[in-house]
Design a protein around this ligand. Sequence first.
Ligand SMILES: [Zn+2]
Length: 298
Amino acid sequence: MEGLEKLREGLCFLDTYQFGIPRYGGVYILYEGGEVALIEAGTSLATPRVLGTLGNLGIKRATVRYLFLTHIHLDHAGGAGTLVHELPEVQVVVHERGVKHLIDPTNLLASVREAVGKKFPLYGTAVPISPDRLIPVTGVESFRVGKLEVKVIPSPGHAPHHVCYFLPQKGEIFTGDAAGLYFKGQLYPTTPPPSFDLERSLETLDRLAALRPEVLLYTHYGPGKDPARLLKEYKEFLCWWVKKIEAARVSFGDEWRALERLFSDPEVERFSYRSDHEKGELSMNIRGVLRYLSRRAA
Ligand SMILES: [Zn+2]
């Protein structure tokens, strides 16, 4: 099936063509011993594709037990509500701080609208999830999918309620947005408002490295096969990225002038990973750091 990659026995990665772009965002399908779990939901626009793929794989909807969300940003969790309606047994695993936003997504939708501006329609929507379908976690829990253990790893930084999922028997970590974006062998920032935090991110990257994974499974996009190097590189990159933005903020005084100047800086521009979206995404990642810097200064 087009856009579906089998990564190993019992693990597939589905391209959701997020924002209409190939190999930009995906959903992992984990199946073991007759049980199935999804890692990430994609936006609500991805739901028909996820359901269609389960059907093509011969997976019965009632066998999907868990939907593991790394965090509640709409490109990861927007489709959770629509999936819950179609998957009768699924329980949604999410950090306890994200729970209320999935029960009532009004504020979540408003904050995404603020962060992404006119790109908002590309993020779909979010429908409310009933509390009895949600499993709040803090980062110490562990689940079973067949014989496989799935450990929840706290991973704040990109967002305070971010968690990763670690499969110790396989050495796999589903990194969500905690370890950056990974396109064609190159790392890119994901440091959006309102809550990006450098110190928390660096601690998270150390925590992930200490698990000694064999592979990082990025939501954006796919497997990264040299985890120690990738985690170290993203740490160094984040430190550089924040310093670079801080320097611009200091020399231009006001944030908008700093932002404008950073846009035309070739060192920064090379981290706009998308051609059509580029300024929007780049701007979002710069604004997240600016917001972090003002919070730190306060
Ligand atoms: Zn995110």
